[in-house]
Write a protein that binds this ligand. Structure first.
Ligand SMILES: C[S@@+](CC[C@H](N)C(=O)[O-])C[C@H]1O[C@@H](n2cnc3c(N)ncnc32)[C@H](O)[C@@H]1O
Length: 780
């Protein structure tokens, strides 16, 4: 099953949707009115206590019958402050007006509580005059240590702040763009006189030793700060004697390690290279350079560094191991050869700590302008069904357990759009990636413009070197470009059930009524795949690796289209999902035909399918324990025939998924009744409904004229055919089995797990078939 990307729903607020939503409605309306609430009417004691006693549940939200732990209220977008500090005017909290953006101002404040992470990051701040208020920071990444980044007592500047009502209806500052907050060092010239502390005077050597101690305590941020201070002291001293030079190299070498631990690989690379410029064979600097390059996925340069290093230091086993990994990554990148067994194993374990250390493979495809929309992905050469088109690691993947909603409220229409699940957090998580790797910002902003991916958005930096990031634009990009996947097992749930029982897996695969929470992530290349409900390729997600395989033989220069949604969703719902989540109307053959049906025709088709399904579930031998009667089978067959007659176009243009899945069920019923020839006929009709055309010649196997539209039903039908048709002819069995494997590879992304998933099913079908064959022909 293919899945929706971000889950975005528009709906009016209903009373039933809970206190939180009603509160937000009141807030939005009060801000619209002339009578604005007073600025910070609460004292420090009240605010501190209120924050300390607040629970996640208070900020949670009940929506659509489901309770979410977290809810973020997304407001009308506003740009980040890009005015240099020198051009802004300082102001106090009492000057703030509730509901206003204070353009041209900045407010210096100090945090007087530890920041708390509830739905958003909240803390209490006080200004120089002693006025206190709440500060809420949206888009603050969830996996950042608040005590390190925003400890109690931190002096910060709020640039051109928005003063508004908080999520709990308390007036306070609201920050959406991380660059609108500047956290000051103790001795910064912008720290107000009353709070300024004389800078602690330390020698560069002391800084190094304290930094090393911080590293031992696993406080890399603190360590990097100390190494920075040491390097600054050395620079200011103007000394260039050998001892100072040695100390400088030490500080740089250690800072490289600190930056690697923080995930700041580009900075780490610069540090390591600064050491290597002086000491080209420095073992630690070489290794840190290689490690930074490896993490930046620059395998050739990492490999060359390690080659040099292992020649110089042949006993360094860690370098040798990393060199081996580099070679594996290069093979993956060049040849598309992956250790699928390992990838599948990691995906099945589904642990947050699992590292999907694999390279990307993109050689068969490239980005080009698309006649469908903006840019798309095209084949560079001829490909066959089942071929790998690309494998890509997500730049970011939020896991399903991050259960939350982001609420977008339009004051005018009083409509809310709600983004559910992990998708609600991808925007905030992405901002952290930009801190770690600013170049990522360029890559992600490319996705914003449909004008051409070569047009790079210009990135501007503040005077402290931080890139300005517009959090609203990032959210927008994420909304139309992120993909989600329920789980690897969703395609064949029977295998998931067996595996989770057998291996006591961490993940619970049993879907609840609401469905499991999907993972949601952003893939840079895969973001360019356009959609069709009649796709020629399929995507699968293993961990945070997206795998796309050709579902058809394709010539060079063909646009590769995947389905963003489950094509077995009935048309009105499918159209709505695509519109809500992605903002467009699909014009594939299937949608064009289905949109030409009037309401009555759609309702009649729906009623026919419901009638077939009702009869199927009432006579299902699995629940009744009895074979389906001939009358019921013939009624089912005639109804499915009628369903099939509703399709006006040939199956090569429009696959008949709704028909195929019902032929498949009929074949299972017939097998149960030991009418295997009948079952094979039903399977054949099912295969035809998905456009799979074949001829079979005794002793020569099966020739496929058309492979059909791959989905799980097609794979199951091919597998049953492999058993029933191949029982007396190994050539026939083998060629059906080849087709099953290609189908499985297309649907699941790999076929290493084939035996595990399909083996039992095939075996079971074969045993049943052989038993009844024996009963029919070999007994008296
Ligand atoms: C993941 S992006 C695909 C890449 C996009 N064409 C681009 O240039 O950035 C998804 C967006 O592409 C557009 N899109 C994708 N498939 C489409 C289709 N079949 N018809 C119209 N627009 C489509 C929609 O604007 C959608 O929100």
């Amino acid at each position: 099953m293919q899945h929706l990307s971000s889950t975005m729903t528009s709906l009016p607020i209903s009373e039933k949707d809970g206190k939180f939503l009603s509160l937000q409605k009141i807030v939005a309306q009060s801000l619209k009115s002339d009578k604005r609430p007073p600025t910070s009417p609460f004292n420090l004691e009240y605010l501190t206590e209120q924050l300390a006693n607040r629970h996640l549940g208070d900020e949670g939200c009940r929506f659509g019958g489901k309770t979410f732990d977290l809810a973020e209220l997304i407001i009308e977008p506003y740009p980040p402050s890009e005015t240099p500090l020198a051009e802004l005017e300082p102001h106090a909290i009492e000057d703030m007006v509730v509901g206003d953006h204070h353009v041209g101002w900045y407010v210096p404040v100090k945090t007087v509580t530890d920041a708390r992470r509830l739905a958003v990051v909240s803390t209490i701040v006080v200004d120089e005059l002693g006025t206190c208020t709440e500060l809420q920071i949206f888009n603050f990444p969830r996996n950042v240590d608040l005590m390190e980044v925003l400890p109690m007592g931190a002096v910060i500047l709020l640039k051109e702040p928005l003063y508004t009502m908080s999520m709990m209806v308390i007036p306070g500052f609201r920050v959406d763009h991380p660059t609108d907050i500047v956290v000051l060092e103790d001795d910064d010239e912008y720290v107000p006189e009353v709070w300024r502390k004389p800078a602690v005077v330390r020698t560069a050597l002391q800084c190094k030793e304290l930094g090393n101690a911080a590293m031992r305590e696993n406080l890399p941020k603190k360590a990097v700060k100390l190494y920075n201070a040491g390097l600054k002291t050395l620079k200011e001293s103007g000394r260039d004697d050998p001892e100072s030079e040695e100390l400088k190299l030490n500080l740089l070498r250690n800072r490289a390690l600190g930056n690697i631990r923080l995930g700041y690989f580009q900075t780490a690379l610069r540090d390591a290279e600064a050491v290597l410029a002086k000491e080209p064979n420095d073992e630690k600097a070489l290794f840190r350079r290689a490690k930074a390059l490896y993490s930046l996925r620059d395998w050739p340069r990492a490999g060359n560094t390690l080659k040099h290093m292992t020649a110089e230091y042949p006993k360094n086993a860690v370098a040798k191991a990393l060199f081996k990994s580099c070679r594996r990554r290069m093979i993956e990148e060049l040849m598309g050869e992956y250790d699928w067994v390992k990838m599948v194993k990691l995906a099945k374990e589904d642990k947050p700590s699992s590292l999907f250390d694999f390279a990307d493979y993109k050689r068969p495809v490239e980005i080009r302008p698309s006649p469908i929309s903006g840019n798309g992905i095209f084949t560079k050469h001829k490909v066959k069904a089942g071929d790998l088109l690309c494998v890509e690691k997500a730049v970011l993947n939020c896991r399903g357990k991050e259960n939350g909603v982001a609420i977008f409220y339009d004051v005018e229409s009083e409509q809310m759009s709600v983004q559910q699940g992990a998708g609600a957090f991808v925007g905030a998580a992405m901002l952290k990636r930009f801190w770690e790797e600013p170049r990522m910002l360029t890559e992600v902003q490319r996705l914003h413009s449909q004008a051409g991916h070569d047009q790079l958005a210009e990135i501007t930096y503040d005077e402290r070197g931080n890139p300005y990031v517009d959090a609203f634009t990032i959210r927008d990009i994420i909304r139309t470009n992120s993909f989600s996947s329920h789980s690897y097992y969703e395609e064949f749930p029977e295998a998931a059930e067996r595996d989770s029982r057998a291996a006591n897996l961490t993940r619970d695969f049993t879907a609840t009524d609401d469905g499991p929470d999907p993972n949601c992530g952003l893939w840079l290349l895969c973001s360019y795949f356009n959609h069709s409900c009649v796709p020629n390729a399929r995507r699968t997600i293993l961990g945070d690796m997206m795998i796309v395989r050709a579902a058809k033989d394709m010539p060079a220069d063909k646009e590769v289209l995947i389905s963003y949604t489950d094509v077995k969703t009935e048309f009105p719902d499918r159209r709505m999902q695509i519109m809500n989540s992605w903002g467009f109307e699909c014009t594939c053959n299937l949608c064009l035909w289905e949109s030409s049906l009037n309401d009555k025709e759609l309702a009649d088709r729906h009623a026919l399918m419901a009638s077939i399904d009702d009869l199927m579930s009432s006579v299902n031998p699995r629940s009744t324990g009895q074979a389906v009667s001939f009358d019921d089978i013939s009624s089912l067959v005639s109804q499915v025939n009628r369903l099939e007659e509703l399709y006006p176009l040939p199956v090569v243009k429009i696959p008949r998924h709704f028909v195929a899945m019902r032929w498949y069920s009929i074949s299972v019923f017939l097998d149960y009744a030991q009418s295997h020839d009948g079952a094979a006929m039903a399977l054949k009709r099912g295969l035809c409904a998905l456009g799979c055309a074949h001829t079979e010649a005794r002793g020569q196997g099966v020739t496929f004229k058309k492979r059909g539209f791959y989905d799980t039903d097609l794979v199951r039908m091919l597998a049953r055919m492999a058993v029933t048709r191949g029982i007396n002819d190994p050539n026939v069995a083998e060629s059906w089995m080849q087709a099953v494997k290609v189908g499985y590879r297309v649907v699941c992304g790999e076929d290493e797990s084939f035996e595990n998933t399909m083996g039992e099913f095939i075996q079971y079908t074969r045993v049943g078939y052989v038993q009844s064959f024996n009963r029919l022909y070999l007994t008296d």
